[in-house]
Design a protein around this ligand. Structure first.
Ligand code: ATP
Length: 385
């Protein structure tokens, strides 16, 4: 079992830089957990505390149910892959991968000379493991090359191989793909997911890239200013963000936010922006907000061209008329920059659209996926689950 847990973890640098603030988070055995958040939110610090490279100011770190605060890094049975993986330039790929195993498993030269058959067996075992991992990562043909004779992607795979070959209890990865170009990132992302399924090793992966977090994490923990905001599976975080920060951080293009007042018209509860009114469906928690200002959140993908056939049907309170400022073609869809009164917002529109820049057009909103946030707490207004 290699579950990892943060229990009431604080990390304070110097006198007053609170990098991690009362972090409570459990990462299950064999889980792929992504720590995500903007620069400086404390994710690297959290990862380094699991590794034992930083000491918590308060609280406990557990690996496999055992408190490891006092266990030195080398005895924690973890492997780390960083953005700046440093391969040994003078060693071949083979030696780079085998190096850690040789240090760990082959004792000094004197011991090797006096334990000849045991040494031979260990060396054969190391050789098998290096080849097995190199094959898995598609770098077997390069085992005799030096790092400078490889592409960036191949070098990154050698760094991964070096970590995997040790069969650690836990993998810690800190932005391991940031040095790769866009295409290679997508490819290596898929490779890492496949590897994780194959090896089933508990993995904690740090990134500031929400797309990476959404696509890779079985669960994702979103941090801000040292504080954990939400930890859930990606679908849940996208559909039910706990607050305005998470709602704006997850999703691309990001969620549109507008001021609105909650009003009651007959039986209908509406979010009234002054320019248009949208009906609030199935959210009894909103009853306490009638007459109050809230923040309305609409994802770009919840806005549809009224003249296109979609699953969203027109009703009294799900329509917006807006001017199209800019229409960006992405091939599979358009990103439309729209304007309605004081509001500028973004919509992703199907390629069949006839809307034109500088003209007004009618749009339908999928009311099932609008979000409302309390203006004081920034929490999403929702029925407690
Ligand atoms: P990034 O994505 O930019 O790496 P991060 O979310 O990983 O950011 P951390 O590196 O964990 O953030 O840093 C969290 C906070 O702690 C930041 O405000 C940072 O300036 C501060 N910090 C990190 N390391 C130290 C240090 N050794 N001494 C003092 N402050 C530090």
């Amino acid at each position: 079992m290699a579950a990892v847990a943060f229990r009431g973890i604080d990390k304070i640098y110097g006198k007053d830089v609170k990098a991690v603030d009362n972090l409570n988070l459990e990462i299950n055995d064999k889980e792929f957990m992504v720590l995500v958040g903007p620069s400086g939110c404390g994710k690297t610090t959290a990862l380094r505390m699991i590794a034992g490279l930083e000491e918590p100011s308060d609280g406990d770190i557990e690996i496999g149910g055992v408190r490891v605060n006092d266990v030195p890094p080398k005895n924690r049975d973890i492997a780390m892959v960083f953005q700046n993986y440093a391969l040994y330039p003078h060693m071949t790929v083979y030696d780079n991968i085998a190096f850690g195993l040789r240090i760990k498993e082959l004792k000094g030269l004197f011991w090797q000379l006096s334990h000849f058959s045991e040494t031979k067996k260990i060396k054969t075992d190391i050789d098998n493991r290096v080849h097995e991992v190199a094959k898995m990562l598609d770098i077997e043909p390069y085992l005799n090359r030096r790092p400078k004779e490889l592409s960036g992607g191949q070098r990154q795979r050698v760094a991964l191989a070096r970590a995997i070959v040790r069969k650690p209890k836990v993998f810690l990865m800190d932005e391991p793909l940031s040095n790769l170009d866009a295409k290679l990132r997508v490819q290596t992302r898929a490779e890492l997911i496949r590897l994780h399924r194959q090896l089933g090793i508990t993995t904690v992966y740090v990134t500031h890239d929400q797309v990476e977090a959404m696509t890779m994490g079985e669960r994702m923990a979103i941090m801000r200013d040292g504080l954990l905001q939400q930890c859930d599976d990606p679908e849940k975080v996208y559909a039910k963000p706990v607050n305005k920060f998470v709602a704006g951080f997850i999703g691309s293009p990001p969620m549109n936010f507008m001021d609105a007042t909650i009003v009651k018209e007959g039986e209908a509860i509406l979010a009234d922006t002054g320019e248009f009114k949208l009906e609030v469906l199935d959210n009894p928690a909103i009853l306490g907000y009638i007459g109050k200002q809230v923040t309305l959140g609409i994802r770009p993908e919840a806005i549809f061209d009224k003249n296109l056939e979609t699953h969203v049907k027109a009703s009294t309170y799900n329509q917006i008329t807006a001017k199209v400022d800019v229409l960006e073609p992405l091939g599979h869809e358009y990103v439309a920059y729209l304007n309605s009164g004081p509001f500028n917002f973004v919509a992703t529109i199907d390629t069949g659209t006839k809307i034109k820049e500088a003209q007004s057009a009618d749009f339908l909103i999928n009311l099932d996926s609008i979000h409302l946030f309390d203006n004081d707490t920034e929490l999403r207004i929702q029925v407690k689950e």
